[in-house]
Design a protein around this ligand. Sequence first.
Ligand code: C2E
Ligand code: CA
Ligand code: CA
Ligand code: CA
Length: 281
Amino acid sequence: AKASGRNTWELHDSSQSDPAVDRLQLLGELRRAIAGGELRVYYQPRVNLRSGNLTGVEALVRWEHPTRGLLPPSDFIELAEESGLIRELGAWVLDEAVAQAVRWAAAQPDRGPVEMAVNLSTRQLADPELPRRVGSVLARHGFNPSLLTLEITETSLMIGPEAALKALGALKALGVGLAVDDFGTGYSSLTYLRQFPVDELKIDRSFVSGLGINSGDSAIVASCVQLAHAVGIKAVAEGVETEEQREALIGLDCDLAQGYHYARPLPADELASWFAMESPD
Ligand code: C2E
Ligand code: CA
Ligand code: CA
Ligand code: CA
């Protein structure tokens, strides 16, 4: 079919999508998006399982792409991580989330403070400048460090025990809380929990969704909760979607929950009514 060089050229024309080219284009767009204000932070409520009260929110980034629509993090976080853009992106999310927590607290003075949880990527954790950056965001907004929790995946802790310990120690020294995210999906969970100064363990949705259906998952969730309590930290269940799961988690003495059963991640203005409605613990 490709008799001539010209035809060969046409095979690689714009109609044909080349993953490397797509990636490069998206990278350029993401760089502009961060600078140009196309990123958004959505917030998902975190609820005290026993009282049902809102305790705070987790910040989850979105990209309001001019032509592709609202993009979830799975479409661009990995690219940001690989390219190093995650530092800029992460810094923006942290700043925006802390600013929003301060706005909510100011708008609802009777309600008490709003706890804010922000995700950190591997590359951010490995950045020696991270603790200083976090400290300056807190100072700039006058935000109480104990109201901020940084969520770190088990995989991120594999940057090496020394580097991870150093980073976590420096963050801890600022007074912020630390959570192990997606708990149960990596290895050496037990070792990490003993070694690192973490305050909460977030049980991965893949186990929570099997609660009451799969006895293996139920046993895993039960032992995660016990493990957290044995080392004196809180257990948080992610991805709670049903009333049955909520009841099972209460039965297992899990502390906090997040999930579509309570609320999806929402833009800040749509959460304002939640704050007005719910009384503090
Ligand atoms: P994650 O930290 O484990 O966040 C929980 C994810 O589960 C969120 O997806 C949330 O929308 C979703 N989720 C919450 N409740 C339910 C539920 O009941 N059912 C189901 N099916 N899903 C639920 P999202 O927002 O798409 O974020 C995906 C991942 O992207 C996050 O997982 C986190 O690892 C990463 N991410 C999001 N925002 C940031 C960020 O600002 N920085 C970094 N480094 N990573 C981020
Ligand atoms: Ca998280
Ligand atoms: Ca998680
Ligand atoms: Ca997860």
